[in-house]
Design a protein. Structure first.
Length: 130
């Protein structure tokens, strides 16, 4: 892992946790459906954040980060479902749920602030004096 960006680092580490959780669910609970869903959504967050790093425009960046935010929110859903169906215990749930919530909050802030800052510039990137 060579990411310099804190959210990129955090989502990468989160993806590794999700992969470990997936392996655990497969080995110890033979759970195939929910675990595959959380694997897909939980690992795609970091991939989208990484893609946003090379966005072609501010709008492309906002789009990629918005999709990452949606994936983070979906991951929260699957984690809650796994907990409430008793596939993961309270301690594991609390730890991973807190991290997923924090990532979701950070991504929401990034999307919101980027959109707000975008309104200050014209399409050519020149600052608008209002």
């Amino acid at each position: 892992m060579t990411q310099d960006n804190p959210i990129e680092q955090r989502t990468y580490k989160f993806a590794l946790r999700i992969i470990k959780a997936y392996k655990y669910l497969m080995r110890h609970h033979s759970e195939f459906v929910l675990s595959k869903q959380v694997l897909r959504s939980g690992t795609s967050i970091g991939a989208l954040v990484r893609e946003a790093k090379f966005a072609q425009s501010r709008a492309d960046f906002v789009n990629k980060m918005s999709v990452a935010l949606k994936e983070a929110n979906e991951t929260l859903y699957w984690i809650e479902l796994l907990h409430d169906s008793e596939y993961i215990d309270d301690k594991t749930f609390e730890s991973i749920h807190i991290e997923a919530n924090e990532i979701t909050s950070i991504l929401a802030t990034i999307v919101k602030s980027t959109k707000e800052n975008s309104e200050k510039y014209d399409k050519k990137g020149n600052f608008l004096n209002s």
